[in-house]
Design a protein around this ligand. Structure first.
Ligand SMILES: Cc1cc2nc3c(=O)[nH]c(=O)nc-3n(C[C@H](O)[C@H](O)[C@H](O)COP(=O)(O)OP(=O)(O)OC[C@H]3O[C@@H](n4cnc5c(N)ncnc54)[C@H](O)[C@@H]3O)c2cc1C
Length: 421
């Protein structure tokens, strides 16, 4: 229904976050123009190449107490799951310090986890509804997600499971016999599983984004295929988003451009420490067996999912400049863990598809969602780091409430860009 006070809202960026926001803003009766230089959910976006996990228990930030002890290893061990490129260290040092400080004690981590839980607790159902509306229900599989451990003591040592239990996130323990019968190909080194029963995964995240973009267009969104470069303000009010193809007239704008958001946020009055935690995936077509649900090995820390293109292994954190060339050795590390996980895995090197992309990351593990400091007409919705796929629908709902001038369902102070001042 078109509200009489309908606004014309530019959504900048058509990854999963911008698309979820655009659909919510339309639902509230506003006109939307999507500004995106590339294909929605195309290879340029994190939303294309992620680990596919829709994890309702994605509550933990990455920075945890004691992390500072591991920083030298991040610099010295190029084969670990988290590496920092030396030559980029001077530029990244400030962010890294804030990152370590954000997780310096458990009170901070638990507060962050509670806030993150708000963004992911209802998200699996919200994704299922979105995929239904877009006519692609088959892209979301509800078989659950399972962490596999070398033994139960590893699982017991992880504080996150205690918190998941406290928050009411459903999970079940899977003993060795059950694990073997569920996944006979799994290497014998893994002897215990913890299964998130309400978890789900997307079998083709790029196609999912394309379907959401088509839904927004069917509902009347316009599409401008260009990069946004800034804003045209008059007396603090927005007149247009400036793009490489000329100004796009609008009266409100949402910055949802993933790693491209930092510069736009700066032009809207906010300096947000946003860097790329670069991540990798490699897809193995016809691996020789199926997997019963999404998996994550405790040693490899990578998402393993049966996608439409094959077995996707996604993970690794590499702190390096956005424009630095990919280091494909990181996909070899993923493949090494996969061989360890599945000794019978069939890998045809000539058919592997390798990808590198940018997790848009703030130091404290929370996105920026809120009104900008420079104008009441520009809103932030970016910085979702490792968990933007699961957090997209709730982020879209929050920013749509702000655009409509409605009260958000919970306190948005932890997401404010002003927290970095
Ligand atoms: C290896 C890896 C594994 C991951 N696994 C998971 C997972 O299993 N589950 C999960 O929940 N999350 C996961 N994530 C995180 C998740 O993918 C991201 O948080 C999420 O995709 C971010 O979405 P986005 O829309 O903000 O950014 P993007 O998907 O990067 O989209 C941003 C879009 O903005 C466009 N853009 C950029 N600059 C401009 C501009 N100036 N003007 C207009 N458009 C612009 C880009 O072209 C792009 O299309 C993973 C990420 C990686 C890298």
């Amino acid at each position: 229904m078109a509200a009489s006070s309908a606004s014309h809202v530019a959504v900048i960026g058509a990854g999963i976050v911008g698309l979820a926001a655009a659909l919510e803003i339309q639902r509230a009766g506003h006109r939307v123009v999507l500004i995106e230089p590339d294909e929605p959910g195309g290879r340029q976006s994190a939303s294309y190449g992620n680990g596919c996990w829709l994890n309702p228990g994605a509550i933990m930030p990455i920075s945890l107490p004691g992390l500072w002890r591991k920083v030298p290893g991040f610099l010295l061990d190029p084969t670990g799951p988290f590496v920092i490129r030396w030559r980029d260290l001077p530029r990244l040092a400030g962010w890294l310090l804030d990152f370590v400080l954000a997780g310096r004690n458990w009170q901070l981590v638990e507060a962050c986890a509670r806030t993150r839980f708000q963004l992911c607790k209802d998200a699996v159902g919200e994704h299922i509804a979105l995929a239904d509306e877009a006519g692609v229900p088959e892209l979301i599989r509800r078989e659950g997600l399972m962490y596999v451990y070398l033994d139960r003591s590893e699982f017991l040592a992880e504080r996150v499971w205690r918190m998941r239990r406290e928050f009411g996130v459903a999970f079940s323990e899977v003993g060795e016999a059950e694990l073997r019968s569920m996944q006979p190909e799994l290497g014998e080194r893994y002897r215990f599983g913890a299964r998130l029963d309400g978890g789900a995964y997307v079998v083709d995240p790029g196609a999912y984004c394309r379907a959401l973009a088509e839904l927004a267009l069917r509902r009347g969104a316009e599409r401008v295929t260009a990069r946004a470069t800034g804003f045209d303000f008059a007396d603090g009010r927005l007149r247009a988003v400036l793009t490489e193809a000329g100004p796009v007239a609008c009266d409100k704008a949402v910055i949802a451009a993933g790693i491209g958001s930092g510069e736009l946020a700066r032009q809207a009055g906010d300096r947000v420490p946003l860097i790329s935690e670069r991540g990798y995936n490699v897809v193995i077509p016809e691996p020789g067996f199926d997997i019963p649900c999404g998996l994550m090995p405790s040693d490899g820390l990578m998402g393993v999912v049966a996608t439409r293109q094959g077995l996707r292994l996604a993970g690794q954190v590499e702190l390096a400049d956005v424009g630095a060339p990919p280091d494909w050795r990181r996909t070899e590390i993923l493949l090494g863990f996969a061989r360890q996980m599945f000794p019978k895995l069939k890998i045809d090197e000539s058919r592997l598809d390798r990808w590198m992309g940018h997790r848009p990351s703030t130091p404290d593990g929370l996105p920026c969602i809120g009104v900008s400091s420079g104008s009441a007409d520009v809103f932030h919705c970016f910085g979702h780091s490792h968990t933007g796929l699961i957090q997209a629908p709730s982020s879209g709902r929050l920013v749509a409430a702000l655009v409509a001038g409605a009260a958000p369902p919970f306190d948005l102070a932890p997401f404010s860009a002003g927290r970095f001042r």
